[in-house]
Ligand binder design. Structure first.
Ligand code: SF4
Ligand code: SF4
Length: 352
């Protein structure tokens, strides 16, 4: 067997031993999907996410801009969902399932570095770079060409066997390996994610050669609750329901997720899946830090989290939140205060 093929087989076997559920190899080169990304940015659909639109945007064109000696991209996926989503219920908010446990970057980076160490034991020294979603890579496009799945109409990478509840990580490597084959798209005539999205954030695109849909982040609840700083557009708040951090709706409805395996890692087990709204509204900055430092929820910051809690309270239809909202309106700062006022007005005027 040629060495480049043997290396791919060794990688697949060692990735499994290091705890990954999916793996595959993509050859390094210009990413053919890059023009979709450019078009998406040009259309303003990245919203305020400057890390996608500033000087780092062009680095996504080719992985060699991150590691000039790279020849292969070794992609690995890790299932993160730990239970079915039972919903928050009365008095509770909702956190996206990727954020139920600790910060996944730690697990991914640690295990990718362990994998690099095992590969170097086998192959000798080579140049490498570990990337976990903060690196400027078009990682879903690369993972698709590495055979991990296809990009669904919900813009998630979907694997036929395990669905879409998995994290992605990459190792850029200066070794030649046999590349995997990308699978065909299997969305067929399904439109469940598009129909279920409460804010119509999955929008049709013009390109005839593209995926047909794009995610307009500016309307997406994940973006609104996590990335957006400041005011949430008032016309989108009612559709946010009880979401405090992220949104899983377009993955929950996807038929490819109906038989997804569950993660057993202690670090991914739920700690903050359905926070109590009243308790969340009363968190001081110190308590927020103590609870969410080391969790993806930390990214929303205290102000963003309270803003989201106020919107969820306004959407609850439950007058018991009036005192907590009055406190937020009086003491919460301009952004939180404005959202608390909106929530009070919604509670008093709506029929639910
Ligand atoms: S995450 Fe939620 S808001 Fe965003 S596209 Fe999916 S269903 Fe729509
Ligand atoms: S819900 Fe249907 S259209 Fe959407 S990603 Fe899943 S299979 Fe594709």
């Amino acid at each position: 067997m040629p060495a480049y093929r043997r290396r791919t087989e060794q990688f697949i076997s060692l990735a499994q031993e290091c705890g990954f559920d999916l793996c595959g190899v993509a050859a390094v080169g210009e990413i053919s999907e890059y023009h979709f990304f450019e078009e998406w940015v040009r259309a303003g659909m990245a919203g305020q996410m400057r890390y996608l639109t500033d000087h780092r945007a062009a680095l996504r064109r080719d992985a060699r801009l991150l590691l000039p000696s790279a020849v292969s991209v070794l992609c690995a996926g890790k299932v993160y969902r730990t239970q079915e989503n039972p919903g928050g219920g009365a008095g509770k908010g909702r956190v996206s399932s990727y954020a139920w446990g600790g910060d996944y970057h730690d697990w991914m980076r640690r295990h990718l570095e362990m994998l690099v160490g095992r590969l170097k034991d086998e192959w000798g020294e080579f140049e490498s770079k570990v990337c976990v979603d903060t690196a400027p890579l078009l990682e879903r496009a690369i993972a698709r060409s590495a055979g991990l799945g296809w990009i669904g109409r919900n813009m998630c990478l979907i694997n036929e066997r395990i669905g879409s509840w998995f994290f992605l990580g990459e190792i850029l490597a200066s070794v030649s390996m046999a590349a995997s084959n990308p699978p065909p798209g299997r969305c067929g005539t399904c439109r469940r994610c598009i129909d279920a999205c409460p804010t119509q954030a999955l929008v049709p695109t013009r390109e005839s050669d593209g995926p047909g849909y794009a995610l307009d982040s500016r309307k997406c609840i994940s973006y609104l609750t996590i990335e957006l700083r400041g005011e949430i557009p008032p016309d989108l708040r009612a559709a946010m329901g009880d979401h405090l951090f992220g949104c899983d709706i377009c993955q929950d409805v996807c038929p490819w997720n109906s038989k997804s395996p569950m993660a057993l890692e202690p670090e991914f087990q739920p700690r903050h899946a359905f926070p109590d709204l009243e308790e969340s509204a009363a968190l001081t900055p110190e308590e927020f830090r103590e609870r969410y430092r080391g969790s993806p929820v930390w990214r929303a910051k205290h102000e963003g989290f309270l803003r989201n809690v106020a919107v969820a309270m306004g959407n609850s239809g439950d007058p018991r939140y009036v005192p907590a909202l009055r406190t937020l309106a009086a003491q919460g700062g301009p952004v939180v205060g404005e959202h608390a006022e909106w929530a009070l007005s919604r509670l008093s005027s709506s029929t639910f």
